[in-house]
Design a protein around this ligand. Structure first.
Ligand code: HEM
Length: 476
C-alpha cells in the first residue's frame, strides 16, 4: 500500500496541505473577527465609516491621535492597538478588581514606593528638601525652558529617593533618566502611526528607537559600575530601589536588567510628575493672589511645625491646586487601559470579548453634574468641596482616588506612588514659590501635545523666572 506513495504523490500532498493551511488561516482570522464583532455589537462606533470602516483604518487612527477627546465622547475608538472599547466611568466599579484583565505586574509589590522608601530613608523628607534644589541665582527676569528644567529637577529628586544622594549628584545618571523619559516617549509617539504588523521591522530602523537604545546602553554601563562598587561594600549601606527590585525578582523567581528596571521606574514616576508640576506653573500664571495665599499658608505651617510631614499635610490650598490642575489636564484622558484576557459580561448587555482592548473614560472630571462650572480653573475648588460636602471630604486630597478623580487611575492598580508624589510635589512647589517669581511672555497660550490617550503639558514653553528672597529658610 505504501509503495503507491511515490515522491510525486507526496509532494502533491504537501502542496495540498500548504494550500489548505494558507486558505484556513484567513478563514480562522475572519471567524475570530466575526465572533469579536458579534460580541461587541451593542457598542457604537465612534468613528463610523460604514462598510468602508472594515478596510479603512488610517483616518480613524489619525482622528484618535489628534482629537481623542472628541472621539472618546462618541465612545469607541481605533488606535495603534487596533480598536479600543472606551467604557463609561461607572464601569470602572465593575472592573476595579481587574479579574480577567491584563495589568502591570507591579501590583503584587504595590506597596513598594510607600513601604520601601520609608525603609530606605527612614524619612525621605530631609533628602527631598535639600537646599541644592532649583538654585538659579539671577535676580533679573530670565527665560528657562519650563518642562526641561522641571524634568531635570524631578529626575534629581527621584534618583535621590530611589538610589540615594551619591547617584543624585551623578549628573550624567540624572540626565540619562530624564533623557530616557523623553526619548522613550518620543519613540512611542513616532511608532504610534505605524500599522502594528510593521512594528517589528520599523522599530529596528527608526532613529527615535535607536536613540532610546543608545541611552539604555549607556545606562547599563553606569549601572554595571554601581553594581561592582556595591558588591565591594555589601551590607554597609542603606537599602534602596535596587534592593527592592532584587527582592521582588527573587520572590517571583525572575531575573531582571537593573538598568531597564531603574529607567522604567523613572518613566513611571518622573514624566507624570514633571508634567503635573509644569502644568501647575502654567495654570497659576495669571493667579498671583493664589500664589501669594499659598506662600502665606506654607510659611504659617512651617513656622508652627517646622519642615515636617505634619506641616505639608496642612497645605490645603496647595493640595487643591495640584488636584484642580490634574482634573483639567490629566496626563491620560482615560484610565484602566487593559487587554481583556477572557470573555467578560458587564451590566447593560456590554460584552468584552477576549482579545479586546479597553479603557475607561475620565470625562467625569469635567461633568457639570459632578463639578460646578467644570471648564473653569478654580484653585480653591477642593477646599470648598470638602467644606460643602463633608461626605466627600476624604476624596478631596490630591492623592485620593475616586470616580470623580481618576488622575491616578482607579481600583486595584491605582498609582502606588501617589502618596509619595504628593509629598514630592509639595516640597518642589514650596521651593519654587518661596525662591522664585515666574511669568510667561505676554499673550502666551499653552500648546498641549495631544497624542491619543495622552495629553502632555506645553513642553515647548519657556518660563520667565527671577529669584526672590525666601521668608523662611530650608533645612540644609
Ligand atoms: C503626578 C504623578 C503621577 C501620576 C499622575 C501617576 C499616575 C499613574 C496612573 C494613572 C497609573 C496607572 C494605574 C492603572 O494602570 O490603572 C500609575 C501607575 C503606576 N505608578 Fe504612578 N503616577 C505618578 C507618579 C508616580 C510615582 C512618583 C511613582 C513611583 C514612586 C509611580 C509609580 C507607579 C507604578 C509602579 C505604577 C504601576 C501600578 C500597577 O501597575 O499596579 N507613579 N500611575
Amino acid at each position: 500500500m505504501f509503495s503507491q506513495f511515490t515522491p510525486n504523490t507526496l509532494s502533491a500532498f504537501t502542496a495540498f496541505g500548504a494550500i489548505l493551511l494558507a486558505l484556513s488561516w484567513p478563514l480562522w482570522y475572519l471567524m475570530c473577527r466575526a465572533r469579536y464583532y458579534y460580541k461587541v455589537r451593542n457598542i457604537p462606533y465612534a468613528h463610523d465609516l460604514g462598510w468602508f470602516g472594515w478596510c479603512i483604518t488610517r483616518s480613524s487612527r489619525n482622528e484618535f491621535i489628534s482629537d481623542f477627546r472628541g472621539l472618546m465622547r462618541k465612545g469607541f475608538a481605533k488606535n495603534d492597538l487596533g480598536e479600543v472599547i472606551v467604557l463609561a466611568p461607572q464601569y470602572a466599579e465593575e472592573i476595579r478588581e481587574d479579574a480577567g484583565l491584563s495589568a502591570g505586574v507591579y501590583t503584587n509589590i504595590v506597596s513598594y514606593p510607600k513601604r520601601y522608601i520609608a525603609r530606605t530613608h527612614s524619612d525621605p523628607l530631609p533628602v527631598l528638601l535639600q537646599d541644592e534644589l532649583l538654585t538659579y541665582l539671577t535676580i533679573e527676569w530670565h527665560a528657562v525652558p519650563l518642562y526641561q528644567t522641571i524634568l531635570m529637577t524631578v529626575a534629581q529628586v527621584s534618583v535621590c529617593a530611589f538610589l540615594g544622594k551619591e547617584m543624585a549628584r551623578n549628573r550624567r545618571w540624572v540626565e540619562l533618566n530624564s533623557l530616557y523619559t523623553t526619548v522613550g516617549i518620543g519613540a512611542v509617539m513616532a511608532l504610534r502611526p505605524w500599522p502594528r504588523f510593521l512594528l517589528p521591522i520599523v522599530c529596528r530602523l527608526h532613529p527615535s528607537v535607536k536613540a532610546t537604545q543608545a541611552v539604555l546602553a549607556e545606562a547599563r554601563q553606569v549601572m554595571n559600575s554601581v553594581l561592582q562598587k556595591r558588591q565591594a561594600e555589601a551590607g554597609k549601606r542603606d537599602q534602596d530601589s535596587l534592593d527592592w527590585f532584587n527582592e521582588v525578582a527573587a520572590y517571583r523567581r525572575e531575573t531582571f536588567d537593573p538598568a531597564v528596571a531603574q529607567l522604567t521606574f523613572g518613566v513611571a514616576s518622573m514624566h507624570s510628575t514633571s508634567d503635573e508640576l509644569s502644568q501647575v506653573l502654567v495654570d497659576l500664571r495669571d493667579q498671583p493672589d493664589v500664589v501669594e495665599e499659598m506662600r502665606k499658608e506654607l510659611i504659617d505651617a512651617v513656622t508652627r511645625l517646622g519642615w515636617t510631614h505634619a506641616a505639608l499635610n496642612q497645605l490645603k490650598l496647595m493640595d487643591s491646586v495640584l488636584k484642580e490642575t490634574q482634573r483639567l489636564k490629566p496626563i491620560n484622558r482615560v484610565f484602566n487601559k487593559r487587554a481583556v484576557l477572557k470573555d467578560m459580561a458587564l451590566s447593560h448587555d456590554i460584552y468584552l470579548p477576549k482579545g479586546a482592548f479597553i479603557a475607561v473614560s475620565s470625562d467625569r472630571t469635567r461633568d457639570p453634574d459632578v463639578y460646578e462650572d467644570p471648564e473653569t480653573y478654580d484653585a480653591h475648588r477642593y477646599i470648598k468641596r470638602a467644606q460643602s460636602q463633608p461626605e466627600t471630604a476624604r476624596f478631596c486630597g490630591f492623592s485620593s482616588v475616586s470616580l470623580e478623580s481618576t488622575g491616578f487611575g482607579f481600583g486595584k492598580h491605582a498609582c502606588p506612588g501617589r502618596s509619595y508624589v504628593t509629598q514630592e510635589l509639595k516640597i518642589l512647589l514650596a521651593h519654587i514659590i518661596l525662591k522664585y517669581d515666574w511669568k510667561f511672555a505676554s499673550g502666551y497660550e499653552p500648546r498641549y501635545m495631544n497624542n491619543g490617550f495622552d495629553s502632555m503639558t506645553d513642553v515647548t514653553a519657556s518660563v520667565l523666572v527671577k529669584r526672590r528672597v525666601s521668608e523662611i529658610a530650608f533645612p540644609s
